[in-house]
Design a protein around this ligand. Structure first.
Ligand SMILES: Cc1cc2nc3c(=O)[nH]c(=O)nc-3n(C[C@H](O)[C@H](O)[C@H](O)COP(=O)(O)OP(=O)(O)OC[C@H]3O[C@@H](n4cnc5c(N)ncnc54)[C@H](O)[C@@H]3O)c2cc1C
Length: 265
């Protein structure tokens, strides 16, 4: 490690002004992505502004149609929260299968979304449910939030405050996980909502994306068999040491079918 300053922010305004005052500073949440990149010298921030003690970022709030999760809520708390388990069990289940116990105790939903790792799980739920990312200055729809590999619509000093999830009649997330990290080699989130079916895929391409062919098939017939009729092209999908683009394409309808089979309301 090298030297850097550390500041604990008391509220969103203090966090944003601390970052605006130092262009080399970065927000620190669970540190599960940022600290490894600092150890590897891929990032060398002058200052870390800890956002995990800001009360507004730690709240989980529910009303009849929406579940709002604060950006600094860790995965373990999403997984175990009574309202999340009751209102969006697919999201609680997704959080329960991120990484290992330490990652779930420290990693946060806001950190995961800001980092936008192409193999991360939360982006699939955010895009699959059509959620809204709420920042200190605006509301960003899921469609506009994910821009590319490790790239989002956030301005350099913009702070994610919460994520608002609309509920689903039925939803589930299935991933074919990397056995070492538990990141998604491919992950598919399926949501049946009042206005149709949404399917979002993570792990397969530079960034999370929707799959219109599967959405059409499942809107006509929300069954595992309908998902299996869809053939996915490997064009534009990732090939790396873990899997070829063809293998990832092959997995997408299989995981979608499993998700439909398990989808709960
Ligand atoms: C061994 C291991 C296994 C993992 N397995 C999985 C997995 O199976 N699935 C999965 O999805 N993820 C996995 N992860 C990632 C983990 O989920 C973390 O949540 C994620 O790395 C980032 O969250 P964090 O809170 O640690 O953010 P940090 O590392 O603290 O920050 C990440 C980035 O987000 C920025 N940031 C943080 N909070 C905010 C905010 N509120 N607003 C704006 N910017 C912010 C930071 O400045 C930084 O650039 C794994 C990580 C590890 C180390």
């Amino acid at each position: 490690m090298y030297t850097f300053d550390y500041q604990r922010a008391a509220d969103p305004k203090a966090a944003v002004s601390a970052l605006a005052a130092d262009s080399e500073a970065k927000y620190l949440a669970g540190g599960q992505s940022l600290l490894p990149t600092m150890r590897l010298r891929l990032a060398q921030p002058s200052k870390l502004i800890d956002v995990t003690r800001i009360p507004a970022l730690k709240e989980i709030r529910a009303d009849g149609t929406t579940l709002s999760i604060g950006a600094a809520v860790c995965h373990a708390d999403v997984a175990s929260h009574a309202d999340v388990r009751r209102m969006l069990p697919a999201l609680a289940d997704l959080a329960a299968h991120i990484g290992d116990r330490q990652v779930r105790a420290l990693g946060t939903i806001g950190g995961s979304l800001a980092n936008d790792d192409p193999a991360a799980c939360y982006p699939a739920a955010v895009l699959g449910l059509g959620a809204t990312v709420v920042t200190d200055r605006r509301r960003i729809s899921a469609e506009d939030f994910f821009v590319g590999m490790y790239e989002t619509a956030l301005a350099p000093d913009e702070l994610i405050v919460a994520v608002e999830f609309p509920l689903a009649e039925r939803a589930a997330y299935e991933k074919f996980r990397n056995p070492a990290s538990h990141f998604a080699l491919v992950g598919v989130f399926v949501a049946k909502q009042a206005n149709g079916v949404r399917v979002a895929v993570t792990g397969a391409a530079p960034s999370v994306f929707r799959m219109p062919e599967l959405e059409r098939a499942l809107s006509a017939d929300f069954s595992p068999a309908a998902a299996r009729t869809v053939t996915v092209s490997a064009d534009g999908l990732n090939t790396d040491l873990h899997a070829s683009a063809e293998y990832r394409a092959h997995l997408i309808p299989i995981l979608a079918a499993r998700a439909v089979e398990r989808a709960k309301g």
